[in-house]
Design a protein around this ligand. Structure first.
Ligand code: UDP
Ligand code: MG
Length: 329
């Protein structure tokens, strides 16, 4: 077996927004976990925990500073203002990638079972570049969250996004996967959709979810909808194609109507003006919708181009003259 994958440097990335109630308890539990993994020689002594303060308005940053002052395994990053969960995770991972062999991202409330980390690391040591955390059940969620989440994942998959149902932002990313991720320059971030798109070797680990113990959810309804909208629009231009499809359908109905209208007109069942108005509604309506779809297709392609996503990423390179070429996608 390849021993180079053992005892790697782990960076645990923890996004925090107004988490003063949860932070100290969570930090204690995470440090305990880190020490345990170090003691059992599963991870390197250089492993760290990085708290990313997403522009909190409470005492979160003071607490991070306090923890940093008294524990060498703690690091902290702070945003000037609230940039959202996805940005906080990304920032933490991008910071960590120069120091570590792999990162694990986890929420500050530790609703996700931290004991699954060992399974993540095992999967990494067995060769996975990305290990996705998938929750065992949604029993801790209310009915609304359960239903909206199911609908969301079904829609995303329907739109052609390769997302795991019930996947979370609890996952392991190797330094290589992080390098590939750094090539995605888009501003509207939906990591759960982008990361499977990288295409490196990956696996799945199932984990339990617990109710939030301290503080309240930081995911307001607006934030949840924004995330869902980002997910759908950042991944596909299918909604635009639906407009085109509607146009084609309306035109087809329109042609059927033309035959019907001529028939009615011929036998004189109609009031004057009816035939011409109805024909123009269906035929013109269909033509307008179809044209909108065609214009939308160009707008959509333009949108995908502006993201400047990497076209490919090398998994491995066999070459004797490294450094002579810049392998940019
Ligand atoms: N979070 C963040 N920025 C935000 C909202 C949330 O960094 O604008 C963090 C929050 O501190 C937590 C994680 O994202 O670590 C998940 O949030 P939360 O647990 O409130 O979401 P829920 O579990 O209720 O979906
Ligand atoms: Mg939570």
């Amino acid at each position: 077996m390849d021993n180079s994958r053992q005892k790697g440097v782990l960076y645990i990335v923890v996004p925090c927004y107004n988490e003063e109630e949860a932070l100290e308890i969570s930090a204690g539990r995470l440090m305990e976990k880190l020490h345990d993994l170090k003691r059992r020689e599963i991870i390197s002594d250089a492993s760290r925990i990085v708290f990313v303060d997403d522009g909190s308005k409470d005492r979160t940053w003071e607490l991070v500073k306090g923890l940093y002052g008294s524990h060498e395994e703690i690091k902290g990053l702070r945003f000037a203002h609230n940039r959202g969960h996805q940005n906080a995770i990304l920032a933490g991972m991008m910071y960590a990638r120069t120091y570590c062999d792999y990162t694990i991202t986890i929420d500050a409330d530790l609703q996700q079972d931290i004991n699954a980390m060992e399974d993540f690391i095992k999967a990494y040591e067995d060769g996975s570049e990305i290990v996705f955390g998938v929750r065992n059940s949604r029993n801790t969620d209310g009915l609304f969250k359960k239903l909206s989440a199911t609908l969301f994942y079904k829609t995303m998959r329907g739109m052609g996004c390769d997302i795991y149902e019930n996947s979370a932002d609890y996952r392991l990313m190797s330094a290589k996967a992080l390098e590939a991720l750094s090539g995605y320059r888009e501003v509207n971030l939906f990591l759960r959709g982008i990361i499977p798109d990288i295409g490196l070797k990956s696996s799945v680990v199932h984990f339990d979810v617990f109710p939030r113990m301290q503080g309240k959810t930081k995911y307001s309804l607006t934030k949840m909808f924004t995330l869902a909208a980002d997910g759908i629009t950042s991944f596909s231009i299918k909604p635009i194609r639906m407009v085109f499809a509607m146009g084609v359908l309306a035109l087809l109905v329109g042609f059927g109507m033309v035959i019907h209208i001529i028939y009615e007109h011929y036998f004189g069942y109609t009031v004057s003006g009816w035939s011409s108005i109805l024909m123009s509604i269906w035929v013109l309506g269909g033509a307008v919708l179809m044209s909108l779809g065609i214009i939308g297709e160009y707008v959509g392609r333009n949108y995908m181009e502006t993201k400047q996503r990497p076209r490919y990423y090398f998994w491995e390179i066999l070459s004797r003259d490294e450094g002579q070429n810049d392998h940019e996608a």
